[in-house]
Design a protein around this ligand. Sequence first.
Ligand SMILES: *Cc1c(COP(=O)(O)O)cnc(C)c1O
Length: 358
Amino acid sequence: MTKPKLFIPGPTHVEQDVLDAFAQYPIGHRTADYSELQAKVVSGIQECLYTKQSVLISTSSATGLMEAGVRNLSKGKVANFVCGAFSKRQAEITQICGLDQDTFEVEWGQATTAEQVEAALSAGNYDLATVVFNETSTGVMNPLQEIAEVLKSFPDTLLMVDAVSGMMGAPIKVDEWGIDMVLASVQKAWALPPGFAVMSLSDKALERSKSIPEAQKGFYFDFVRIHKAGEKFQTIVTPSIPHLYGLSVQLDRIKAEGLENRFARHHEMASRVREWGQEKFGLFAQPGYESETLTCFKNSAGIDLIALATKMKGRNYLISGGYGDLKGKTFRLAHMGDLNLDDINDVLNVLDEVIEEL
Ligand SMILES: *Cc1c(COP(=O)(O)O)cnc(C)c1O
């Protein structure tokens, strides 16, 4: 491979047969052939998210859906739970969209817990709660099932989840857990090139969107419009057809591996990475909430992280420095998507050699 192999938390490594799928000749998007393709992709994603409710696809990055979510699902007040840079972005988006909101922030590196969500929702009157599943800036994986359980006592509060870097690296049982919307772009644990996003939408959330004025939702990201077109396996705009080709191939690959095996592989990689760096550097995530898809290390050894990343790139491996406020203080290694334990052992060996040279 001529380009550095990707061990950053997005975009991630893409397998050649998935890449090849993108190079197919396009089809017309108002044809039966296209609808057949979208139908296959949507039902595959439903299986991956353990849901019989709606799955919507979007030619946009995930941030488009983070914005769409708050605009489609709240006509009252939003509770934004923040534990790092991406969940903070969700709170900023909510504010910029002019929605009424409160932010509930924990120290970065800590998790958003069910207890915190329960306390916040009990004290206020919110019609939407936003939570990040896997906080990519800190390497924290929030206890989503427990948080969703809390929401069951608040039937008027919808639960919207940013699962961009967690979806397909750990299970998300949409119907059983009771998640109203979960979104992700495809360049993280889905292991496709960037430029496309997917989401689930509960029947309850669809009803909420129907009650929101169009002027708040806009056109491109109106869930009611997208859902209506989706019933005929169509989109309201010209979709990224190459991404549908890619998803179709990737869903076949996921089926062949098996969902449980996929999650077990992620757990195996995560355990190996944590074990490697726990002593040497220390983990940034609160113990018990370490991510299954990426690890954020503290720079407790005080090494030159820019030199580290540069030297790794020279060896054809891309790793990631800290994100936002954590730049220089942490570094991150992604272990998601289509990477496997051999890839992880390989990058860790090279990291050991490079650190020795620093
Ligand atoms: C990468 C990431 C995003 C942003 O996704 P885009 O596809 O770049 O819009 C949002 N949230 C989390 C948790 C992420 O990891």
